[in-house]
Design a protein around this ligand. Sequence first.
Ligand code: MG
Length: 281
Amino acid sequence: MLNHGEPQVGILSEDGAFVVPANKYATVPELMERSSFDELLAITRMGVAAVPLSQVKLLAPIPEPDNDIICLGINYRAHDKELPNEYGEEKLVKRDVPVYFSKRASHCVEPEGIIDGHFDIVKKLDYECELAVIIGRTARNVAPEDVQDYIFGYTIINDVTARDVQIAHKQWYFGKSLDSFAPMGPWIVTAEEIPFPPALDISTHVNGELRQHNNTKNLVHGIPYIISELSHGMTLKCGTIIATGTPDGTGIGMDPPRYLKSGDVVECTIEHIGTLRNTVK
Ligand code: MG
């Protein structure tokens, strides 16, 4: 958050009304590595120097991730059904393993921040509301039943996508990774606060109109499977972000497709986490 113009790590109070600065941690990943849930709870309950939420400006919880975001492609059946044939081999009917891809996020856009549509090179700008899992300690060779122990918490990511760039280049990396294409927030909710595996309503509104609505219980490849599989062969360090895929209701899935334009307000909401609201420019 920005508190009196200074970037600080903050912890939201249990009632959501205040933020308590946690200045002994320089970044959220440092907090995740060095603290426990009970310590964070104690800090909020002491409430030293607490500031009303309305008086701070929220930043993305991890504004500059150390690594690219790991993303799941087509991980809800209803989203698979709505996608056109250009998606080819990635369609669920043609595979039984997850599609993993990478999304560069050199800077994650904050809540209320601006999504740059890059309309000089993008004609088909789309939104994708996703539940993002934040790894809290180094995960290597983790069994599915132990995955929960490695999760610090959950946030919302809008996996903003330039559909024309994504499809033209075959590999999705460029079309998913333009500057400002990873809005994140409004905060991380700790894993202790959400029953595992998360079964949370997930939705997107564009200019107040409901576009996406589903539930994270409908992930094709669930969080235990994803993290266990990745951790067998790939070390997932503290601070790793995994975006679990978007449900149906994307702009490309509509008939005719409805893409984002300058001035559009996109609100991504997940139950028990909150709403991530951004404006396209
Ligand atoms: Mg996505």
